[in-house]
Every structure is written in structure tokens, then in C-alpha cells.
Design a protein around this ligand. Structure first.
Ligand code: HEC
Length: 542
């Protein structure tokens, strides 16, 4: 009897527990039924893909927010379907893009629903999966021994054709498009081998490609996917490790991967998840930018959410040494001073430029420059009073801020603001050349066409804007990114045509660097953005 009675009680308690769990569960379902946004599996997958391609870069894979705000369900559900649709379609004045020219109404509606649902956990990527996604098109032994063409490849411009997933290669002498090669989607940056012959690209889709400029026409010789969402790449240039390794950084998964620069075989993957400068664990600690340091066998790897610059030593990758240099959150892109010792990088959401010393591998200084500095490849020049200086544009305001960067001969001015110039709108890129009297800045992030299509030219001596140049008047097109040619006589600016159906209407407009007059237009380019002149990039001409 006893065992049976005991069993009976046990049985009852199990079923009671089941019942209460069932009640809880069914209660949840029915309460959520009215509010729970849903999508068919197909639409969910499509929205997920769009989110990863177009939104995750600013809002994060887990939607916790970065440059853009948090889009977690408890926030987005409060806004509601209609309001979300409107924000996605039209954007906002504080930096959210409009997508009505890129997505259909249906896609916008589904995305608005999608961001009210729980974010799916994105997949990891192992070294073996990367190896599966590694393609060799031409074996290194079959690379040409000398250039197959007689073009002046040191004056080639490699142009990101952003939404086309291609790189355009343009001859700077003849202004002819030499070829367009297929790469990853929306290339953020490309970096060169030490002689400038090979170029390595990183797509937002994490696909890295290696391009050989000596081939006729230049070709992609190998590619590999190292992440699902990524931004930057760099090559080892120092000493005996020259051109031995290439490194790619992931937004998702948050890691960096070291590859054989000759074959593109992935060799080693290192997670960047960790504890940030405030002491909080960060799962989505993304690699924002990577640079080779000319004075040490290292790369500077900026870990956005950690607020740390990692100096990764490539002299022994089996016993990898990393200095974790504390600075500020959220790190973005940067450039070296003229001695190439000090690295100047934006912590954009902290409104600062951060300075580190790549020789001592230590943090040096932090300069508050303005709202969300964004220097891109940056600019260094000489100011009559402050001596050697550097400048940056800002994403959050129309301002070029200029600081001293010569601690050796101008210690009083070093790492302090020298002056700033007010422009009409926030921009992405600032650029100059040692032979030029001027510094050029774009205003791409301003919502008004007249402003976002105009670049400003600042005189290095008077510190004043001497010319506003309207680069285009094409509807829905913006002027973005300046790059000088090899001898510094021309400035190339991209016209990024963003209207639906206007993709191939992009142009590069070329200005005389002295007279500031228009010289030529290269037409028929699909969404051109960043440009990389081989010679200037190899020789760090900024
Ligand atoms: C270039 C960076 C960037 C991209 C890309 C971007 N956003 Fe945003 N987004 C922002 C910023 C910055 C804000 C905050 C704007 C403001 O405060 O007005 C924002 C705000 C929003 C908001 C309003 C949030 C709130 O609480 O007010 C929504 C919704 C949103 N984004 C959705 C999206 C979706 C969906 C995509 C992809 C289709 C996307 N965003 C792509 C930068 C971006």
C-alpha cells in the first residue's frame, strides 16, 4: 500500500507541475497572441538577410545598438509598426539612413515587423568552415613575374563600387576603366602589399579577395570568407614578415583571422569577445579597423565595443602576443602621424580622437574634437603656428577639427586642438597631399542635397574655407571621398548615385589640385565610394 500511495502522490505532483507549466505556457501564448509580431518563415529569412546586410553594421547583430540605437523588441514594440516603417523608409536627421530607394514597400513593412521580434542568434564561423569557403583561382606559382601590361599601375585608382560588389580599377594617367573585378559586397576598405602590386579587400559579407594588378587585366587570384559581417583588413609589412600575413577583422563573429598572404589560407582565428574598459563583458565586441604599424611587427586592431586598441604581434603567431591598450568606446577608423609612429583613431561615440604610440605600445592622449569624429584615411599637414597637424571630419556636425601631432619638436601643441573650421554639414572624409595648399572635406552626411553634394576646400595657411564645390546636382546622389593622384596634381571625388535605377549613373569628378577647376568626369560607375591611389597608399601620403 505504502509504495503505491507514495507513487500516487508523486504522480499527482508531476501532473500538477505539468499542468501549472502548461497553464503558464498557454497563458503566455494567449497574452502575447494579440501583440506578437509574426512573419512567414520565408519573409523572416529574407528580412534577416536584409538586416544583416544593411542594418547590423550600425545597430549590431543582436540589435543592442552601436552607432545606431538599440532595436531590441522592448524598444521597437513601443514605437509600433507604422512608425517603424516610416523611420526605415525616410530615415531621421540624426544619422539614420533612408531605405525607400533601396527596398520595396513590402520589404520595409517586413523589416519593421522583423525588428519587433526576438533577434535570432547568428551563427559562429570555425576555421574549418573558412577553409571550405576558400577559393584559389590562380596558383601563386602561375602569377606573372613582371607586369603583363605597360600601364603605369602605380597611378591606378582602386575604386569601391559599393552596391555592385566590385572594385573598379582606373588608370590615373589615361582615366580609362581598366577593369572591374568581383569582390565581396560593399567593400569597406582595401589594403596593399608592401610594393602595391597586390590588393586585399574586405567585404561587409566577410569575403576577402586578393587582386593582382600586374595581370592584364588585373584579376582576383584567391578569395575566402572569414566572417558573416566584417569591415577591415591589413597586411604585415615589417621586416622578415613583409607580405607574409594578411589579417581580416569580423563584426560577426567578433574575431580576427590571420591568413597566409600568398595563398589566402586561413591560419588562425582569435576571438575579440571580452571585458570592456568599463568592466562589462561584451559578446559582440567587433573589430572596427586594422592597420599595419610601420615601426613594429604588429597590427593595430581596434575593438569597437571594448574601447581597446589591441596591438597584435605577428612575429610569432603560435605564441601570439597582444597588448590590450585601453582607450574609449566606440572605436572606429584612424591614420598615422607623418612619422608613422603615433596612431590617431576615432572613438566616435565618445567624441574623441585617441592617440597611441606603436613603438612603446601604449596609450598617449585623448582629444575631444567634436560630435563623432570620422577621419577615414585622414590628413596630416603643416600649420604656420601649430607646426605638424592632423585633421578629421565629423559624422555628427559640420566641423573639421585640427590638432598638433609633433611631440618631438612642438610638444606644447602636440595632442591638443589647434583650431577647427565650421562647414555646412557632417562628413565622412578629409584629405590632403604634401604638395597641395589645401585640405578637402566632404559633407556627405547632411540630409540636404545642396550640402551633401558639395565639398569644401580649406586653405592650410589662412585656415579658411576658400571654395565650396558642388560636385553634382543629380537627384539622390551624394559627393563622397577625396583622393589625390600619384603626383598630387589632381583630386578625385566620387558621385555616389543612390536613387533606385540610378546605380550605373555614378561618376568620379576630377579637379585640378591647384586651380580647383574641374578637369574631367569618369562616367558609368556603379555606386563609387572610397578610392585608393596605389602610390599614395603604399607611401602613406596623407
Ligand atoms: C549608417 C548607420 C545606420 C544604418 C545602416 C541603419 N541605421 Fe537605423 N539608426 C541609425 C541612427 C544613428 C539612429 C538614431 C537616429 C535618431 O536618433 O534620430 C537610427 C535609428 C533607427 C530607428 C529608430 C530607433 C529609435 O528608437 O528611435 C529604427 C527603427 C532603425 N534605425 C531601423 C533601422 C533598420 C531597420 C535599418 C536597416 C534597414 C537601419 N536602421 C540601418 C543608424 C543607422
Amino acid at each position: 500500500m505504502k509504495p503505491n500511495a507514495g507513487f500516487g502522490i508523486l504522480k499527482w505532483s508531476i501532473s500538477a507541475a505539468c499542468l501549472s507549466v502548461f497553464m503558464l505556457f498557454s497563458g503566455m501564448v494567449s497574452a502575447a497572441d494579440e501583440a506578437e509580431p509574426t512573419l512567414s518563415k520565408e519573409k523572416f529569412e529574407h528580412s534577416k538577410a536584409l538586416y544583416f546586410q544593411r542594418c547590423a553594421g550600425c545597430h549590431g547583430a543582436f540589435r543592442k545598438g552601436a552607432t545606431g540605437k538599440s532595436l531590441e523588441p522592448e524598444k521597437t514594440r513601443k514605437k509600433g509598426q507604422k512608425r517603424l516603417e516610416k523611420i526605415i523608409a525616410l530615415g531621421t536627421e540624426k544619422g539614420m539612413n533612408n531605405f525607400d530607394d533601396m527596398f520595396t514597400k513590402e520589404e520595409i513593412k517586413d523589416l519593421a515587423t522583423y525588428i519587433q521580434m526576438e533577434p535570432p542568434v547568428p551563427a559562429e564561423m570555425s576555421l574549418s568552415l573558412m577553409k571550405e569557403r576558400w577559393n584559389t583561382y590562380i596558383e601563386p606559382k602561375d602569377y606573372p613575374k613582371k607586369p603583363e601590361h605597360s600601364l603605369n599601375w602605380e597611378n591606378f585608382f582602386l575604386v569601391i563600387l559599393r552596391d555592385e560588389g566590385k572594385i573598379g580599377i582606373i588608370d590615373g594617367d589615361t582615366k580609362e576603366v581598366v577593369t572591374k573585378v568581383d569582390t565581396g559586397y560593399a567593400i569597406h576598405v582595401l589594403k596593399e602589399s608592401s610594393d602595391g602590386r597586390f590588393w586585399f579587400t574586405q567585404g561587409r559579407d566577410g569575403k576577402m579577395s586578393k587582386i593582382d594588378l600586374w595581370m592584364s587585366p588585373p584579376k582576383v587570384v584567391a578569395d575566402v570568407q572569414v566572417a558573416f559581417d566584417a569591415r577591415d583588413v591589413a597586411v604585415s609589412h615589417y621586416g622578415e614578415w613583409k607580405d607574409k600575413y594578411v589579417i581580416g577583422g569580423g563584426y560577426w563573429p567578433p574575431h580576427f583571422v590571420i591568413l597566409d598572404a600568398e595563398t589566402m589560407e586561413p591560419l588562425k582565428s582569435v576571438s575579440t569577445r571580452g571585458v570592456n574598459v568599463d568592466g562589462d563583458f561584451v559578446n559582440e565586441a567587433r573589430v572596427a579597423a586594422i592597420y599595419n604599424t610601420p615601426h613594429a611587427p604588429t597590427w593595430v586592431v581596434a575593438i569597437k565595443e571594448l574601447g581597446q586598441i589591441w596591438q597584435v604581434d605577428y612575429s610569432d603567431i603560435d605564441n601570439l602576443r597582444i597588448e590590450q591598450i585601453n582607450s574609449h568606446k566606440f572605436l572606429h577608423d584612424g591614420f598615422f602621424d607623418p612619422t608613422q609612429r603615433y596612431f590617431q583613431i576615432a572613438a566616435n561615440a565618445s567624441n574623441r580622437m585617441e592617440i597611441m604610440d606603436s613603438v612603446t605600445r601604449k596609450f598617449v592622449a585623448s582629444i575631444e574634437t567634436g560630435k563623432m569624429p570620422h577621419p577615414g584615411p585622414g590628413a596630416n599637414w603643416n600649420d604656420p603656428e601649430c607646426g605638424p597637424v592632423a585633421g578629421t571630419t565629423h559624422l555628427g556636425e559640420g566641423k573639421v577639427a585640427v590638432w598638433g601631432n609633433d611631440p618631438k619638436d612642438h610638444p606644447d601643441q602636440a595632442w591638443k586642438l589647434c583650431y577647427s573650421v565650421e562647414t555646412d554639414g557632417p562628413g565622412l572624409f578629409v584629405r590632403t597631399h604634401p604638395t597641395s595648399d589645401y585640405v578637402w572635406a566632404d559633407q556627405t552626411k547632411h540630409p540636404e542635397p545642396e550640402v551633401q553634394q558639395t565639398v569644401v576646400v580649406i586653405d592650410k595657411k589662412t585656415r579658411k574655407i576658400v571654395k565650396y564645390i558642388r560636385v553634382t546636382e543629380m537627384e539622390k546622389a551624394v559627393a563622397v571621398h577625396q583622393e589625390f593622384n600619384k603626383d598630387g596634381t589632381e583630386v578625385w571625388i566620387s558621385v555616389w548615385a543612390r536613387g533606385a535605377g540610378d546605380r550605373a549613373k555614378g561618376e568620379i569628378v576630377i579637379y585640378d589640385a591647384k586651380t580647383l577647376e574641374e578637369k574631367a568626369r569618369i562616367k558609368g560607375l556603379e555606386t563609387p565610394t572610397g578610392k585608393f591611389n596605389v602610390y599614395n597608399r603604399v607611401h602613406h601620403v596623407t
